[in-house]
Design a protein around this ligand. Structure first.
Ligand SMILES: NC(=O)c1ccc[n+]([C@@H]2O[C@H](COP(=O)([O-])OP(=O)(O)OC[C@H]3O[C@@H](n4cnc5c(N)ncnc54)[C@H](O)[C@@H]3O)[C@@H](O)[C@H]2O)c1
Length: 325
């Protein structure tokens, strides 16, 4: 199979690359390396089944040719991470919406039969205060002006773009609402909690919890995420569907900090930092973000294989050997 992966040098994208090359597929990556890293994919540079173009999805002149060639496209390229979003919301709006529109337009024009997986996010549930989210839940967002929400707005726009192209051009697209994904290659540079806690605990630094630590999250190992995305792409009934992808175990961020300290045998303490000091006035956090994954299970039979303990141990071991990015 011919697979195009936008954002394929990033965290999730690079795992998709390794997974599909191992299955014997041919993989073409486009990535502008804005947050992605060459080191995530350089091991494949000599593989004749792998091709990499360093280019911006907004301007890449190889897009139509690659879309024509592909049997499947994972559209992962986006500007991600709270810090990045607050730093340059204009770039977030441009990349995350115009980039997706450009991919759908190319597919509609040259190869509507290719299978697209487009990455949306649990962020689209916004301020909905339900303890766990089902795909049919209402979206609750703040009024414009709170720039923290612009990432969620772009991902919601991507979902509407997908439905618009599906209706008018009959493209084949599955919209995946990814919940917190963790694993090797994830960088802590842009505010991701898991790699930061691991690094701080392993090096005996204070583990910094933003807010009071009572906010809860569900973490899915990227191995499970990649498997779920492949399963969805291989399931015709998933076309035109919005599907939560994640692990439905839940933990508070305060307890996560304690667990990582305990499992790494670290002497680190925990330092609580207010959101305003961490991110500025713009930031508002979400209390809970747990997926209901019934739809994913009904469509594909997917079950997460990685427990939170196993993922923590994997990343502690990695930080001790090669170091997380
Ligand atoms: N990691 C998560 O927990 C999570 C949760 C929800 C949604 N997502 C979504 O999954 C996708 C992948 O996220 P990730 O965690 O791997 O992030 P990432 O930042 O590691 O990957 C995104 C990749 O896109 C590339 N990119 C950015 N702008 C580009 C452009 N204009 N042209 C070409 N490439 C560009 C970056 O260089 C990077 O390699 C994103 O769409 C993200 O919104 C991720």
């Amino acid at each position: 199979m011919n697979i195009l992966i936008t954002g394929g040098a990033g965290f999730i994208g690079s795992h998709l690359v390794a997974y599909h090359l191992a299955k014997g597929d041919t993989v073409h990556v486009v990535d502008d390396l804005s947050t992605g890293q060459v080191g995530n994919i350089s091991a494949h540079f000599k593989d004749p089944h792998f091709q990499f173009d360093e280019a911006n999805i907004l301007t890449w002149d190889g897009l139509k040719e690659a879309a024509r060639w592909s049997n499947r496209i994972y559209h992962m390229a986006a500007i991600v991470g709270v810090k990045k979003v607050l730093e340059d919301p204009r770039a977030v709006m441009a990349t995350n919406m115009a980039g997706t529109e450009r991919v759908f337009r190319a597919v509609a024009e040259v190869n509507p039969m290719t299978q697209i997986i487009v990455a949306s996010s649990s962020e689209v549930y916004g301020f909905n205060t339900k303890p766990a989210f089902v795909e049919t839940d209402d979206i609750v967002l703040r009024s414009a002006g709170r720039l923290r929400w612009c990432y969620a707005v772009t991902k919601l726009a991507d979902e509407f773009l997908a439905y618009s192209f599906l209706k008018k051009s009959h493209i084949k697209v599955v919209i995946v609402r990814l919940f917190n994904t963790v694993g090797p290659h994830q960088t802590g540079k842009y505010g991701m909690v898991f790699p930061n806690f691991i690094r701080q605990a392993v090096h005996g630094e204070q583990v910094t919890v933003y807010g009071d630590g009572s906010q809860t999250r569900s973490f899915c190992n990227v191995d499970d995420t990649v498997r779920a995305l492949d399963m969805l792409a291989s399931t015709p009934a998933a076309n035109g569907e919005i599907v939560n992808v994640g692990n439905d175990d839940e933990i508070s961020i305060g307890d996560l900090a304690k667990l990582i300290i305990e499992r790494s045998g670290s002497k680190s303490g925990i330092k609580y930092i207010g959101y305003e000091a961490a991110y500025g006035l713009e930031f508002e956090d979400i209390t809970h973000r747990r997926p209901v994954i019934q739809k994913l299970q009904d469509l594909t039979g997917f079950k997460p294989r990685w427990s939170l303990y196993d993922t923590i141990d994997q990343l502690i071991a990695l930080e001790r050997t090669t170091g997380l990015k």
